[in-house]
Write a protein that binds this ligand. Structure first.
Ligand SMILES: Cc1cc2nc3c(=O)[nH]c(=O)nc-3n(C[C@H](O)[C@H](O)[C@H](O)COP(=O)(O)O)c2cc1C
Length: 205
């Protein structure tokens, strides 16, 4: 199928993930275009759009949110999946409020009438030496909140990218392809556990 990956990045990790997703999809015979949000291209004419953004300041990068805002109408007509690149993967409850983890994805869900059918977090990377002075200051604060020190670290794992691609294709097939305007009703009764049982049965039989 024809897939578009739209991403933004500041220090390159999300770009690396986007390129890796492209390669994995191509290996499975799909046709893939990769665009940076800054190119501000249209998503019309694709069968699947994958949004990729790093998490900055507790949410998907604002350039991605802006691109979504500008292209929302056409994005309602195409199934969407996303990956967010972040450091605070597990998430926590901080001062009584959800903080980090998959809660980072809320703006990406709330932005649409027909939300993405699948999305997950991918581990990011941080190298204090490469950060701008301003970003280094902000990151020191971020890690202080987590009770840690800012130091070079990577949570990136290629196997997580592989799992993202595998699941995106699987769920696209199961229900994702109908996550577009006018077709959502076709999957409103989709029973995830029934499907899992069916797959288990096939594997045993
Ligand atoms: C200024 C700044 C703010 C960040 N804020 C968050 C955050 O709120 N939560 C988080 O999990 N990671 C945060 N990160 C970590 C980035 O998501 C991580 O470094 C990611 O790999 C960056 O992706 P990129 O190289 O594509 O820009 C922040 C990083 C910087 C430099």
């Amino acid at each position: 199928m024809k897939v578009l990956i739209v991403y933004t990045t500041r220090y390159g990790t999300t770009e690396r993930v986007a390129k890796s997703v492209k390669k994995l999809l191509e290996e499975k015979g799909h046709t893939v275009d990769v665009n940076r949000v800054e190119e501000n291209l249209s998503s019309a004419g694709y069968e699947l759009v994958i949004l990729g953004a790093p998490v900055y300041r507790d949410g998907p990068h604002w350039d991605m949110m802006e691109w979504i805002g500008e292209h929302r109408e056409e994005l309602e007509d195409v199934p969407k999946a996303f990956f967010l690149v972040a450091m605070h993967l597990a998430g926590s409850v901080f001062m009584g409020k959800l903080h980090g983890g998959i809660a980072y994805a809320k703006p990406l869900i709330d932005a649409f009438e027909v939300p993405p059918f699948y999305g997950t977090l991918i581990g990011g990377e941080i190298d204090p030496e490469k950060l701008s002075d301003e970003d280094r200051k902000k990151m020191r604060r971020f890690y202080a909140v987590l009770g840690e020190r800012l130091e070079k670290k990577s949570l990136f794992k290629e196997k997580d990218v592989k799992a993202f691609v595998r699941r995106t294709l699987l769920y696209y097939d199961w229900f994702g392809k109908h996550f577009k305007r006018g077709e959502l009703d076709m999957v409103k009764d989709f029973d995830f556990m029934e499907k899992v049982k069916e797959v288990e049965g096939n594997a045993q039989g």
